[in-house]
Design a protein around this ligand. Sequence first.
Ligand SMILES: *Cc1c(COP(=O)(O)O)cnc(C)c1O
Length: 329
Amino acid sequence: MQFAGLPRVRLAHLPTPLEEMGNLRAVLDGPKLFVKRDDHTGLGLGGNKIRKLEFLMGEALRRKADTVITTGGVQSNHARQTAAAARKLRMEAILVLRGEKPEGYYKGNLLLDDILGAEVRFVRTTDFEEADQVAHEIGSRLEKIGKRPYVIPVGGSTPTGCLGYVAAALEVMGQIQEKGIRVDSVVVANGSAGTQAGLVLGLKALHSGIQVIGISVSRPKEVLREQVLDLGNRTAESLCLDVKLNPEDVVVYDDYIGQGYAVPTREGIEAIKLLARTEGIFLDPVYTGKVMAGLIDLTRKGVFKKRHNVLFIHTGGTPALFVDEGIFP
Ligand SMILES: *Cc1c(COP(=O)(O)O)cnc(C)c1O
């Protein structure tokens, strides 16, 4: 795989640690468990979007952008990480956030966006595409007054952003070879499909034989499987890789969403407490807690057996722990 010719700007602390979770395994009495600490990518409190932003901001710099515009939910981790990356690279950040402006003091990611000095616009919609549309309109208006905006779609899930997780697949393979461990399955959150698409493509291109299991945090599995497939294959093309993803390469579960995106589930909250109390690792209620709830359920159902080795990707999101009151009864 050739990353050498592609614009990339170093933003993340890499490689992130890959560690065993022996105490959690003892409690679950299931597969051997490992965690990839992509919550520790460093910049702006870290998370999975920093890997995507290395390539997206590389592209923005190449185009001599002075302003980055992106979209997300009100408590978007992606928006916060994009704002941090923009500041590091001396650019302005405009964040188009889906939802209402909260009353009172900002919390969690929104507080961090404010501290970063990002310009925040709220749009009353739940629709990803509508918010992306607003971002493009703002971009066009800025162009007319001589600015150089670069628009990043929701979650940074473009073929360029996906490269971050193709590179992460390489990093994981290097680490498991070095440590002499075997991994059968990777378990990861799926919000806007880019992280899973990059991992599936990278691990397939490396002939790893590792299955990637995506856990949806918002949308039906049919929609996400289609997106992973499409995004993965477009990313392969952009890399001139002779690899094609097939429907059977893309596994997504949508059983752990609960009432909807960012609405905490009882199982997710239990999973957050369990990981903290066994391994001292904090998850979040929007993404990783629900993914861990899925991993635990798939262990109970015997999908993951004792002889299996499972790698959980911790994609970050911990600022969301400090937003809603009373979710930890
Ligand atoms: C964005 C995000 C994800 C999902 O990544 P996608 O590439 O959008 O699927 C998972 N976990 C956290 C904490 C995130 O912020």
